[in-house]
Design a protein around this ligand. Structure first.
Ligand SMILES: [Zn+2]
Length: 380
């Protein structure tokens, strides 16, 4: 975290990206990497415990095993159990909430996820809602991107290895409302939003750009706040997906307060940014002002004013000024002795020397033209 100037740790398909390089094409929670003999469960437990004990505010950010695979709901529920109360954040959980019921062996696991979230206060999640239309998927999960490459639209994609340590894949994709799987994915995301009770532990995301670009957020907010609009949209999608989903029977509409919590206050709290996400004394004045409108998509698409650090940057929906934000970092204490071992590893396996890999405070500030905010660790 010090070397890369990070504020949190995300683990992507724990152990799976490495296993892929040994020709394993799937790695469930208790499967073992054929070379290192390590399971995702072990990796998750060690990382979640470490971050908790170091007092890093944001819990381990988990992109779980088996992304996109029908039946992965049991993996996701087992992952929650495996944490035994340790805090974790499950990211883009819509892609990890699939059952295998029905003729097409693809069903919604949203009710199970929502129940597990409601029952386990150590868990937070973001949805990773999909929206219909063209997008691009970009992920470090090369195992998943390789298996999804046959669906590339248009048919051009790339998967690559990075320094033998990581992976990356870019696969363009078009979500279609008349396609059963895509239509049900759309329902599953909305079901999770609407069945999860606590807006402090559910965050509004499209896993940009994988589920949809973030420019679709106003449309998504309208789907959550406006039941009749949601039902109109529901009636236009694939019929089998409609009947496989409980979405039409859910009456809940998010209030403006719940939207404000889910999109502002809760993410700030989750990341340990105590100076934002609220309008209290000495808070950073990052404020958006909207005029109320019956159509919430219209309302959220065009703010009257956006203040960044107290300065007006948007007026009547037009950007009037650009202003760099801060780089937020968290620097937990560590034993410097570890660097001796890490240096050996860098010298033997990497094309980059450890000294070049580390980003100093000065470098970060001079190259990014941003000032740094270091946020404290919490004592536990
Ligand atoms: Zn991810």
């Amino acid at each position: 975290m010090h070397a890369s100037q990070a504020m949190a740790v995300k683990i992507v398909n724990p152990g799976g990206i490495n296993a892929f390089k040994f020709n394993q094409r799937a790695l469930d929670l208790d499967d073992k990497n054929s070379f290192y003999n390590l399971s995702p469960r072990k990796i998750l437990k060690v990382l979640a415990t470490s971050l908790y004990e170091l007092g890093v505010p944001h819990p381990l950010h988990v992109h779980g095993c088996n992304l996109g695979v029908p039946g992965n709901i049991s993996t996701t529920l087992n992952t929650i159990d495996a944490m035994e109360g340790l805090p974790i954040h499950l990211t883009h959980v819509q892609f990890h909430s699939y059952g295998t019921e029905g003729d097409k062996k693809f069903s919604s696991g949203a009710a199970h996820i929502a129940e597990a979230l409601n029952d386990n206060e150590n868990i937070s999640l973001d949805v990773g809602q999909i929206m219909f239309g063209q997008t691009i998927t970009a992920s470090g999960d090369s195992m998943k991107q390789h298996s999804g490459s046959s669906h590339a639209h248009p048919n051009k994609w790339v998967c690559m290895d990075i320094e033998c340590d990581a992976g990356c894949g870019v696969v363009p994709f078009r979500y279609r409302d008349k396609n059963f799987v895509n239509a049900l994915q759309w329902c599953i995301g909305l079901e999770i939003f609407l069945l999860a009770k606590d807006p402090w532990r559910v965050f509004l995301t499209t896993d940009h750009p994988n589920g949809a670009p973030f420019t679709m957020y106003p449309h998504l907010i309208r789907l959550l706040m406006d039941k009749s609009f949601r039902n109109d949209m529901l009636h236009g999608i694939n019929k089998s997906a409609q009947s496989a989903s409980v979405l039409g029977s859910i009456d809940r509409e998010y209030s403006l307060y719940e939207i404000a919590i889910m999109t502002r206050a809760a993410p700030a709290l989750s990341l340990g940014l105590s100076d934002r996400g609220h309008l209290g004394e000495s808070a950073t004045a990052d404020i958006t002002v909207y005029s109320d409108h019956e159509n919430k998509e219209t309302m959220f698409s065009k703010p009257d004013y956006v203040f960044k650090n107290g300065n007006i940057v948007v007026e009547k929906g037009k950007v009037t000024k650009t202003q760099a934000g801060n780089t937020h970092v968290v620097k937990p204490e560590f034993d410097k002795g570890i660097e001796k071992h890490l240096k050996k590893y860098f010298d033997r396996f990497h094309t980059v020397k450890m000294g070049n890999y580390k980003i100093s405070d000065d470098e970060l500030e001079s190259y990014s033209n941003k000032s740094m905010s270091t946020h404290p660790c919490t004592t536990r």
